[in-house]
Design a protein. Sequence first.
Length: 433
Amino acid sequence: MGDSALDAAFWLTVGAILLLLVMSALFSGSETALTAASRGKLRAQADKGSSGAAAALRVTEDNERMIGALLLGNNIVNITSASLATALLTRMFGDSGVALATFIMTLLVLVFGEVLPKTYAITNAEVAASRVAPLIRVVILVFSPVVSVVRALVRVLLRLFGVRADPDGHILSLREEIVGAIALGHSGGAVEKEDRDRLLGALDLNDRTVDEVMRHRSQIEMIDADRSPDEILTQILASPHTRLPVYRDSDENILGVIHAKDLLREVDRLVRGPQGNEGALADLDILKIAMKPYFVPDTTPLDEQMRQFLKRHTHFALVVDEYGALRGLITLEDILEEIVGEIADEFDLAQDTVLKRAENGDYFVEGSMTIRDLNRAMDWQLPDDEANTIAGLVIHEAQMIPNEKQAFSFHGFRFEVVTRRENRITKLRVRPL
């Protein structure tokens, strides 16, 4: 009777240890699967009707609570299984059973409770997460009171070290995660450079303002409203631009924006209309056909400005600073170029001289080229926080307007001023160090 009772207790203990190992594998694998699973892929599967994926999304919304419950369950089963094995082997082998139990349980837990389930889970993260999520939701509910106490204790301890837990941090870091995934895809060869640039350009629109991509006022072609109709007509026909601002007395006093097509219609009316003749061109009033100017602050984010362009059915805006002074102009094309790269038509001036490579490997760069465009073209990482153009970056770092032939080294590059016109650096020689 005693032997049979001992045999029964032995096999019950062995069965309990095996069951606890299975539970350890479940907790370990679930933790890895739910942590490694892409929420984007789970969302796509949930939208297609997968209840498991929907459950996994709900479970992973509160990562801290989920991990707390899984670690609690994992530790309980691991410690219990180790204790049972120690008791069993001590009864069989005496004091040497403790060492034997430690060795055997370490091996079993490592292989079957940790490495095996975690390897499977990380290989099939979304599938595993969808399968275990309904069960883990129950586990979280059961362990919820204990986990809440543990969470409060952990947060108090973290605060003592100056660390504050943010449960919504994963939402804020989602954009960085997407940017990292795109960069990783490019470095791995799965994403072409052009695709990477377009995707990152679209993501960057909210972080960039119109003053970073606008055409500076020094480069704006304008029409003086006091000039003769003949001169105005000649200037507009010679210009590569479709829309031109019209000013009077001072280029700060912009009265309107003339569109070449509106001018053509007015010329047609004056020349070929019912009362038309060539002499009527002298009566051309440029302000009569000019559109009302549209002004925007220089701090407007690019994505907001694009929405405004589409909403107002216009593609052209004049950029002003906080004092109302003209800083430049921006078009819808300028914003789109931040996504798709340079857009050129048959009237655009050739841009092939902006960046040229010398025979010795140096690069000749126009001072007006933006840092972002250079980084995009060359896959460099020059900072654009303090300046928009290459010339601006050199002036900022040098803390002066350098003379020709002066050279500086910073951010891993050597910059030499090739030509300077008045206070403007017009051409630079750049070489990676």
